[in-house]
Design a protein around this ligand. Structure first.
Ligand SMILES: [Zn+2]
Length: 680
């Protein structure tokens, strides 16, 4: 742009450095800006611009596309048309009239603060140490004690145009100040250069932390309560796995949720100490925190050694009470133009001695909610160490939670994919059809446990699908009862439960009756008949506890109904699976669990079974070269089309989708049309 020095590179580098350290700001929290000159391509004149991090996204991974680019003269002119605090929300629309060109990313609510503060560089951050001072009962006095006149206290005010004006006025009135503590919320710092701004931000964050450490009392959360101490790790995990489906079901009362579990030391310590019930009830304070964690968590008030059924009964009562409390909170504060209540289930459930369960519409949302509650624990620890933790009033939390601007932000969120919020468990997913199914389900929004006997294959496929927010690798031999139980436990701990199980693991040995050994027979029945039974049984236990219905889908075979040549062991094992579909559909219907099957045939390319020798055997049997086997099968079909693993995956997706919500006990052929295998 005309050879002028752009501050954008410095701004992005600074933002990433600050965002890389969670002590500086929470995930996706805070924003940074720089001002500078550019040439207006229309007039050829120099103009002053503001580059400011836009709405959404994390500072740690900020790119130029994440910046809003606005004309500073026009932003500053907004002061003259500002209609006052009562109508400050109207200013957000006017930001669109201040864009430079297309203007980059959508400007956030904090844009006014960055524009109006007279400094070339501005950081607004949510550091735990800064919020600890910001939520201390005597935060103003503590800020003075900690910083003298270098950092100024700003009483709580909702983010917006007025807060921007307030901070700009403070900057003018306190030329020696490097920034402010925003009551109940976070910090803002400024500098003449990017380097100076970053230095000032870090000075505030680190000085506040040192102050809390030095001046704070020991045991801010009170003494340890012996009965609430953490269970040993193995028992804790088992307890968490037992509770997770129950909690996921409760948290999904209004809409389906994915779960996340953590037994981080900071959580277990908080929950073992005497003051945690009082503090948990006060809820979180920073707007970023409570938008993700709800205004307060649900807390179990029993020790971890109480029998499981008693604990479950208590959790159900507490959940009912939580929903009533939340509805009452909504009624207390809602005005006629408030958006409707968004759901009364908790996002955070605290279980002393075990850990924290968190919930969201996908795994990332659930995981980030937990991260934010950990931020809130740090904030409470700091505030209680030097004072009394005093979050912003409930009425202010409501104003933000049900703010028209927040509602608009939620409306802009991408529509959920068809399988968003669902947790899939696919056996034999390390290769072939299983891999194709796992891939399709993940692409449709599901979280996927990629289960395979081959640990490397499972890990490779899981990594292909994305981060652990999308898929985890689980090693298990489906013939082993203990391994199946452990595999479902792993999926439950990772995603809160399971509701879409695909019995795909299989193998095939094609031999005439007289050549079929007992070992051939047993192996195929163990993997397919017994393995499917074990997986279905353990999965059904979890689904029934969850109370969210679910799907169990069997990848069967044309050979379950068609008497293929020289195929007694495989065909009989497949027929066993096919009948499991009908039996379990009949038995599990009352729990809303649908059980269906897919009958593929002739899947050669990409199939693990064919690669392992079956292809060569079948090719020899039909007298065709192995590499032409797919073509040969295709020519036998009505549609003359070769069946690929993706076609089987498509059928699994359709069976699991809500469009077939009233279908159970069905087998879908995916064989390009084989009249001998028509179902009747
Ligand atoms: Zn903020």
């Amino acid at each position: 742009m005309g050879g002028l020095m752009s501050p954008v590179d410095d701004l992005i580098a600074r933002s990433r450095r600050l965002g890389a350290d969670r002590r500086n700001t929470n995930y996706a929290g805070g924003n940074t800006s720089a001002k500078g000159e550019a040439i207006d391509p229309v007039t050829g004149e120099k103009v002053r611009l503001l580059w400011v991090k836009g709405s959404g996204g994390d500072l740690g991974t900020l790119t130029e596309a994440g910046l809003a680019v606005l004309r500073l003269d026009r932003l500053q002119a907004l002061v003259d048309v500002y209609p006052g605090e009562e109508r400050e929300d109207e200013m957000v629309e006017l930001f669109d009239y201040c864009r430079h060109g297309l203007g980059g990313a959508a400007p956030s609510i904090d844009t006014a603060m960055h524009a109006l503060v007279d400094a070339e560089h501005v950081d607004h951050l949510h550091p735990d140490s800064g919020i600890a001072l910001a939520t201390a009962a005597d935060g103003e006095a503590l800020t003075r004690e900690c910083f003298g006149d270098r950092v100024v206290w700003v009483p709580w005010r909702r983010p917006g145009f007025q807060l921007g004006l307030d901070i700009a006025a403070i900057r003018r009135a306190h030329p020696q100040a490097i920034g402010v503590i925003l009551g109940g919320h976070g910090i803002t710092a400024w500098g003449d250069t990017s380097e100076e701004c970053e230095r000032h931000s870090l000075e505030i964050i680190r000085t506040a932390q040192a102050f809390l450490d030095e001046r704070g009392r020991a045991e801010p959360f009170g003494p340890v309560v012996p009965a609430l101490q953490p269970l040993p790790p193995h028992e804790r995990r088992a307890r968490a796995a037992a509770l997770a489906p129950v909690l996921r079901g409760l948290a999904s009362t209004d809409r389906p949720q994915v779960g996340h579990f953590t037994d981080a030391e900071a959580v277990l310590d908080f929950l073992a100490r005497a003051e945690h019930p009082r503090l948990a009830a006060l809820g979180t304070s920073c707007p970023d925190h409570f938008l993700r964690t709800k205004i307060r968590p649900m807390l179990l008030d029993l020790p971890p050694t109480v029998p499981l059924d008693e604990t479950v009964a208590r959790l159900k009562d507490l959940h009912a009470a939580y929903r009533e409390d939340y509805a009452a909170y909504y009624r207390r504060h809602a005005t006629p133009d408030s958006p409707p209540m968004r759901g009364a289930d908790p996002a955070i459930v605290l279980v002393p001695g075990v850990g924290m369960f968190s919930f969201g519409r996908d795994k990332q949302t659930a995981r980030v909610a937990a991260e934010f509650y950990l931020n809130a624990i740090n904030v409470m620890r700091g505030a209680e160490a030097v004072s009394r933790y005093t979050p912003i009033p409930e009425s202010e939390k409501f104003r933000i939670e049900y703010w028209a601007l927040e509602e608009a932000k939620l409306a802009r969120m991408p529509k959920p994919r068809p399988l968003t919020s669902r947790v899939a468990f696919v056996t034999g997913a390390g290769s072939g059809i299983g891999r194709a199914i796992a891939t399709r389900l993940a692409a449709e929004g599901a979280c996927v446990a990629v289960v395979d006997r081959d640990a490397d294959a499972a890990a490779k496929v899981a990594a292909e699908l994305g981060t652990t927010d999308t898929a985890i690798a689980v090693t298990a031999d489906v013939t082993d009862e203990e391994q199946v139980r452990a595999a479902l436990q792993a999926a439950t701990l990772a995603f809160g439960g399971v509701d879409l199980v695909v019995n795909n693991a299989g193998l095939s040995v094609s031999k005439p009756l007289l050549d079929t050994t007992l070992a051939d027979w047993d192996l195929q029945h163990r993997v397919m008949a017994r393995g499917s039974f074990l997986v279905a049984r353990e999965a059904a236990r979890i689904m029934i506890e969850q109370g969210m219905g679910g799907d169990i889908i069997y990848v069967v075979s044309k050979n379950a109904v068609f008497a293929g040549p020289n195929n007694v062991a495989y065909g009989a094992a497949k027929a066993d699976q096919a009948h499991q579909v009908r039996l379990l559909a009949a038995e599990l219907g009352e729990h809303g669990i649908r059980v269906n099957g897919v009958n593929p045939d002739g899947v050669v390319r990409g199939s693990g079974i064919f690669a392992s020798g079956w292809g060569a055997q079948r090719a020899a049997l039909y007298g065709v070269p192995e590499e032409r086997l797919g073509e040969y099968y295709a020519q036998r079909t009505l549609l003359k089309r070769e069946v690929l693993p993706e076609h089987v995956a498509n059928a699994v997706f359709v069976l699991a989708s809500s469009d077939l919500s009233h279908t159970t006990g069905l087998h879908v052929p995916v064989d390009a049309g084989v009249p001998a295998a028509f179902l009747r």
